[in-house]
Design a protein around this ligand. Structure first.
Ligand SMILES: Nc1nc2c(ncn2[C@@H]2O[C@H](COP(=O)(O)OP(=O)(O)OP(=O)(O)O)[C@@H](O)[C@H]2O)c(=O)[nH]1
Ligand SMILES: [Mg+2]
Length: 254
């Protein structure tokens, strides 16, 4: 049986790397095999030792020096070089006997979203068995307008990578209970989100948010957002069941 690929995706600093590792530890504590793959060629320090590390093939520092590029240009070059090396990277990943491959993606979300190289990477690693975990950053998504922007971003990523996608509210431990309840209500029921948008001091952004929200609904992007925390372990089990459901019709690995 092919391993399942789960990509942790989201804006810079939203908690992708920490959650990738926390989820690996949780999987292992439940007796499931999971390896981690670092797809971020620019990361300087990681809090875990990835089983497969793209920096073994491509390193930002070297690219900057060799081609005289700045950090962003080098990221783009690195993404293309990763795609050129993806057969070899994918062979190394396939060499592990594991149920799950947890993939930590770069903070430059636009690279993963818009570059053709990332589509090549996802395909080569096995698109059939892949899912995305899109992380909302609570510092953005706790306001109604920020929540709608996060949904829009998630919808854009999903549009580019049409595989099952889970929406996660990262760092849920940082949210006050009241905020968490409100966000859960928004995620269950779009009318409560409409109500909160209208409650906020109404400005030009509010009407745009409402229009976008209506558009998102009509393309079916409204879905539950699961609160998760790498710190407390909240929601990790739900990530597992949601991926099982999405990729295996709900049977447990065991
Ligand atoms: N309180 C809390 N902090 C967290 C959690 N997850 C991550 N953090 C903190 O958020 C910061 C960023 O975490 P990272 O895991 O490096 O985020 P990232 O999305 O991988 O960052 P980039 O790869 O640079 O885009 C760090 O200071 C983490 O300690 C969490 O669940 N709760
Ligand atoms: Mg990271």
């Amino acid at each position: 049986m092919a391993a399942k690929n789960l990509y942790f995706v989201g804006t810079a600093g939203c908690g992708k790397s920490t959650l990738t590792y926390a989820f690996q530890l949780w999987m292992q504590s439940q007796g499931h095999d999971a390896i981690t793959v670092n797809l971020d060629p620019g990361v300087e320090t990681l809090m875990y030792a990835p089983d497969v590390d793209v920096r073994d093939w491509v390193e930002i520092e070297d690219i900057m020096k060799e081609y005289g590029l700045g950090p962003n240009g080098a990221q783009i070059a690195a993404a293309d070089m990763m795609a050129l090396n993806i057969k070899e990277i994918s062979d190394v990943v396939a060499g592990f006997d594991t149920d799950y491959v947890l993939i930590d993606t770069p903070g430059q979300l636009e690279l993963f979203t818009f570059r053709q190289s990332s589509k090549i990477i996802v395909e080569e690693l096995g698109i059939e068995d892949s899912a995305l975990a899109f992380l909302f950053d609570p510092s953005v998504a706790r306001s109604p307008n920020g929540y709608v922007s996060s949904l829009m971003l998630a919808a854009t990523v999903h549009f580019r990578h049409p595989v099952p996608m889970l929406l996660l509210m990262a760092k849920a431990d940082m949210l006050k209970d009241d905020d968490k309840e409100l966000i859960e209500a928004w995620s269950r029921d779009q009318y409560s989100l409409f109500a909160s948008l209208l409650d906020e001091s109404k400005d030009a952004q509010t009407s745009v948010s409402i229009e976008f929200l209506q558009a998102l609904e009509s393309i079916g992007a409204g879905r539950a957002v699961v609160p998760v925390s790498a710190d407390t372990g909240e929601g990790l089990e739900q990530i597992y069941s949601a991926v099982q459901l999405a990729l295996q019709g709900g049977e447990d690995l065991d």
